[in-house]
Structure formats: C-alpha cells, structure tokens
Design a protein around this ligand. Structure first.
Ligand code: NI
Length: 222
C-alpha cells in the first residue's frame, strides 16, 4: 500500500471509531443513533423545539464566568452587574467591516421581536480590540445599532481573560501597506441566564428569528 493510502485508511478507522464512541456515550437512553446525530448536528435552528435551538454543549463543558471590564459610559462593571438579567453577549470590534455590524443588527432585531421581554435582557458587545476600542469609541459604535446595546472594553489582560472564559478566539491581522489592522475573531452569540450560566450558543448562521425564538423559549422555561 502507498503510505498515503495506509494513513488515509487509518484516519478513517479512527474517525469512525470516535464517531461511534461519541454516539454511544452521548445519546440519551432509548434514543436511536440517528436521532442523536441529528440532535447534535442540527445544532442551530429548529425553532419549534427549544432543546434544539442553539448549539448543544457537550456535558461538562462550561462557557462564561467572572469578568471585570469598563462599559461605554466609562463605568467599571463585572459579570455581577448584570446578574438577574439575561445577557446576550457578542465579541467583536468597532472597526469590523462586516461580521460584527451584521450580528449587531441581528441583536437589535431580536430585541424588537421580544418586545417587553427585552427589558429583561442586557445585550452586550465585548471588544476584542482593546487597543482601539476605548469606552468613547464603544459609545459611538453601540448607539448605531440600538440604544439598549452595552459596549464593554478593558485592558488587554481583562479582554484576554473574558475571551478565555467564553472560549473566544481572536487574533490581529496586519494587512500590508497603510491599511488599519483587522481582528479575526469567532462569532458566536451567547445567551447567559439570570444566574450568569450559559443557556444557549447561537452560531453566526442563526437568523434573528431563530435567536428570538430560542431566547423566548428559554425565558419561558425559567
Ligand atoms: Ni467582527
């Protein structure tokens, strides 16, 4: 056998072995392998059944935690500042050319769709570009989308800490020439419950309707 075929075959065996193990360990009692697979792969968007809205986290995986940041009015805040409210958290930066504006428009649409229930939500943008995103820059930026939107920034260390807690990836991209740098970043939207614990994670592909339905379902369950 050519080495590449041998390695390919080995890789396939490993992949199927792992898949089988995941199905075996992860499915609920009485659940068929097919149902389990569609449950974990159907990650985002069935708005009918709340259990399938948002990405299902594997058991034991936690997201979120304590943070210490500065809001767009210059006030020092922590995660405890928003305890008792639902937090809809997105990580991004004010120079973002497309992903962040799109997602924040979506968040604004979600707040509209939720009507009065939106008063129980703290919609939050956390900057992963603390070098340029001062509280003033955040204030100018968040008001473009919705006056309820809260912009949080901090020192590079504070941002690294909160990004680690939420498992957010970010990295500076320096284009050639005089163009300002960009930040590459993961783009999930996190729904945290009034107790500060993660309730749902929405991928960028989720629509405002999907997210509003997912949030409403989880609020109704509390
Ligand atoms: Ni962005």
């Amino acid at each position: 056998m050519l080495p590449i075929i041998r390695w390919g075959a080995t890789a396939l065996v490993v992949v199927f072995g792992v898949l089988w193990a995941v199905i075996w360990v992860g499915r609920n009692e009485g659940e068929s392998s097919g149902a389990f697979l569609s449950r974990i792969l159907g990650a985002s968007v069935n708005t009918e059944t709340e259990s399938s809205v948002g990405i299902q986290l594997p058991p034991g995986v936690t997201i979120g935690g304590p943070f210490s940041l500065t809001d767009h009015t210059g006030k020092a805040v922590t995660d405890a500042t928003y305890r008792g409210k639902w937090m809809l958290v997105f990580f991004g930066f004010t120079y973002c050319p497309d992903v962040c504006p799109t997602e924040l428009q979506k968040v604004a649409a979600v707040l509209e769709m939720l009507g009065d229930r939106a008063s129980q939500i703290a919609p939050i943008l956390i900057s992963i570009d603390p070098e340029r995103d001062t509280p003033e820059a955040m204030a100018n930026y968040v008001q473009i989308f919705d006056d309820r939107l809260i912009g949080l920034t901090g020192t590079p260390e504070q941002i690294a800490e909160v990004a680690r807690a939420y498992r957010v990836y970010y990295a500076k991209i320096q284009p050639s020439g005089d163009t300002p740098y960009l930040m590459d970043h993961s783009s999930y939207l996190y729904l945290m419950g009034p107790d500060g614990r993660v309730q749902a994670v929405f991928p960028y592909a989720a629509t405002a309707e999907d997210i509003a339905a997912g949030v409403a379902a989880r609020m109704a369950r509390q």
